[in-house]
Design a protein around this ligand. Structure first.
Ligand code: ZN
Length: 283
């Protein structure tokens, strides 16, 4: 038999023997929410990463949970490489980073402690808005929708998200209306500014909105990005108007038509976003 084929079989045998318990794996995936603890630790990067579960003591037969961490591809191969050991992350460093990440995920998820027994995972693990989780080895884990308490938590976060999106869209509509009065010559720019200042800064917590979408409602990402894109288009027109106005060209009527169209687009996309969210919560 060829050397490469032998190697392949040896590797296969090795992976069979050292296979980590799927229930433990799913705990690691749930607790990390597929965030890489080293990306989080070094770059404050909390994005979902394509990654693998790493054995921190580099012993693949040690599949106990304290020895495991979800790492992105780059950090996994960096951690496993022994060539630049002096520059590399230490075991303790990764453990500390992992525990900090787990605590942060819990905090974001409103203090929900994932259950540890495999049985409870089957009937209702933490729901990340994906009906079925496929682990890094391609196994299906925790394939049921969350039940009971977890569903209640998800619904509460969905309602919180809905409230924030609604407030944000209403704020945009309000701003739009008043600025369109300036374009029509019904208000001066200063009057518009006074009105908006009197209304005060609306408490839009975009990082909270984005975290909720990423963690619990990833299916909404595209709809949310569509609204953001439409808002950017609207802002571009508002900025062009502002520049023209401050240059002494106070007739804003030429901006009105594209500005109204941009706002209509936000309204349509915003209502799609809210509808989708309601559909997900009601499932
Ligand atoms: Zn990473």
């Amino acid at each position: 038999m060829e050397e490469s084929a032998l190697k392949w079989i040896r590797n296969l045998k090795m992976s069979e023997r050292t296979r980590t318990d799927p229930a433990v794996e799913s705990q690691v995936l749930l607790k990390s929410a597929r965030r890489c603890c080293l990306c989080f630790h070094v770059n404050q990067d909390f994005d979902v990463k394509l990654g693998q579960i790493a054995h921190l003591d580099q012993d693949p037969s040690n599949g106990s949970e304290p020895n495991l961490a979800y790492l992105c591809m780059e950090h996994h191969s960096l951690y496993d490489s022994r060539t630049s050991q002096h520059k590399n992350f230490t075991f303790r460093e990764v453990v500390a980073a992992r525990d900090a990440l787990y605590a942060y995920v819990q905090q974001v998820k409103g203090g929900t402690q994932p259950k540890t027994s495999p049985a409870s995972l089957q009937s209702g693990g933490v729901n990340f808005g994906i009906g079925t989780n496929v682990n890094v080895y391609g196994d299906v884990v925790g394939g049921h929708q969350a039940a009971g308490v977890q569903t209640q938590k998800l619904r509460e976060r969905g309602e919180e998200l809905y409230g924030m999106i609604d407030k944000w869209l209403n704020g945009l509509a309000d701003n739009y209306l008043n600025l369109s009065f300036v374009m029509q010559g019904k208000l001066t720019y200063n009057q518009y500014m006074d009105i908006m200042i009197k209304k005060g800064e609306a408490p839009y917590d975009f990082s909270r909105i984005e975290l909720l979408i990423d963690l619990d409602f990833p299916a909404l990402r595209i709809d949310y990005d569509n609204v953001i894109e439409a808002r950017t288009a609207l802002n571009r027109i508002a900025t062009a108007h502002k520049h023209a106005y401050s240059d002494g060209d106070i007739d804003g009527t030429k901006f009105l038509q594209p500005y109204v169209a941009a706002q209509k687009s936000i309204e349509a996309l915003g209502s799609t976003l809210k509808k989708r969210l309601v559909q997900i919560i009601q499932k």
